[in-house]
Design a protein around this ligand. Structure first.
Ligand SMILES: Nc1ncnc2c1ncn2[C@@H]1O[C@H](COP(=O)(O)OP(=O)(O)OP(=O)(O)O)[C@@H](O)[C@H]1O
Ligand SMILES: [Mg+2]
Length: 350
């Protein structure tokens, strides 16, 4: 099912939690709502589920206006951070429960619940109570319970936040597998950019209730719409050095020419030169000099910290040279992963 959000606004008294939010979500996709705490992700999800109604704007499921439709009529499946399973019921009874409410005959209920249990790989624990399951297993049951009604839309609000790091990675892959197997249109909320990057067809990145960019994960990373997007995505975080534009050149605050050029930006404009660690080239012929702070091995990569433009930054440098502390090196940049943003507004110039 396709979803269309048109100019959604949600106000709580004088606090605008979501502001003029428009987006279309294609049928069968997994789209992630990503952004820092308080940016309006849950509020948006709750409007999609019918737990909240927007102050302004419209929500369409295919061509139906569902803006003020009750939750029960929307045909959605919901999964939250806390598994919210019924503790006194077995796994099988938990998964069956939504069908019981819909008065599906018992035999069919059990058949469908068992099929869902297989899909999420909990078929071996149907008679256990939630208290006898691990966090990951409980979340699998919660997903099965959300899917058993064959919803048109699956909504997941930080479903992995209570799990430890390793289990989070396992479960996010499981969510993607289950979503692809069922083909259900899914909206997934998280504040974890790696989680979002790894499982989404598209990501919607939000800040203070406003949509910043809606694109494929790699595109957000390669072509950030503004400084906030560039800062939010990537590990290690993107490097940022302050500078000013003079005659189309980005001059660092320490007075050096960064060798990065911009067009049509007035002289004197304060900017950030932002660059990814993988976009740094060790280039001793370059007039742009930096000073090594340290090198560290991170798994199979070697990352070098160095001071450039008065700031400590990091780069993966393709180097057999053993770099030493305080050594002067020459730096240049690749064409990709290097951006110039307005210092105040975050608008992108390069
Ligand atoms: N019922 C409410 N009444 C008043 N303000 C609310 C209510 N629900 C949310 N807000 C406010 O709306 C804004 C968005 O909240 P929301 O819960 O959507 O954020 P979030 O992105 O889900 O954050 P988190 O990652 O912490 O879950 C916040 O400023 C929050 O304080
Ligand atoms: Mg939330």
């Amino acid at each position: 099912m396709k979803i269309r959000l048109e100019n959604i606004v949600k106000r709580f008294d004088d606090n605008t939690a979501v502001n003029d939010f428009s987006a279309e979500i294609e049928s069968g996709e997994l789209v992630t709502l990503l952004g820092p705490s308080g940016c309006g992700k849950s509020t948006m999800l709750n409007m999609l589920s019918g737990i909240l109604y927007p102050t302004e704007g419209k929500i369409y499921f295919d061509d139906d206006d569902v803006t003020y439709m009750s939750s029960e009529k929307r045909g959605i499946g919901l999964v939250f951070q806390n598994y919210a399973l019924y503790p006194h019921m077995t796994v099988l009874e938990n998964i069956c429960f939504p069908l019981e409410i819909k008065r599906v005959p018992k035999k069919e209920r059990i058949e469908r619940a068992k099929k869902m249990a297989e899909l999420v790989h909990v078929e071996g624990m149907l008679n256990r109570k939630p208290g006898q399951l691990s966090g990951g297993q409980q979340q699998r049951v919660a997903i099965a319970r959300a899917l058993v009604k064959e919803p048109r839309l699956l909504l997941l609000d930080e479903p992995l936040s209570n799990l430890d790091a390793r289990l989070r990675i396992e479960m996010r892959e499981e969510i993607r597998r289950i979503q692809l197997e069922t083909g259900v249109t899914t909206i997934f909320v998280t504040h974890d950019q790696e989680e979002a990057m790894s499982i989404s067809d598209h990501i919607i990145l939000m800040k203070l209730g406003v949509l910043q960019q809606y694109d494929k994960p790699q595109y957000l990373y390669d072509q950030p719409a503004n400084c906030f997007v560039a800062d939010f995505l990537g590990n290690p975080p993107i490097n940022k050095v302050e500078g000013v534009v003079e005659g189309g050149k980005v001059i660092l605050n320490t007075g050096e020419d960064s060798l990065v050029r911009v067009e049509n930006v007035p002289d004197g404009t304060k900017v950030y030169l932002s660059f990814r660690a993988e976009s740094v080239i060790l280039d001793n012929k370059s007039p742009l000099k930096a000073k090594v702070v340290m090198t560290s091995v991170m798994g199979k990569e070697v990352i070098t910290s160095f001071v450039l433009g008065g700031k400590e930054v990091r780069g993966y440098m393709n180097s057999d040279a053993e770099l030493e502390r305080d050594q002067e090196i020459g730096i240049s940049f690749k064409k990709t992963g290097v951006f110039v943003f307005d210092y105040e507004s975050g608008e992108r110039y390069l």
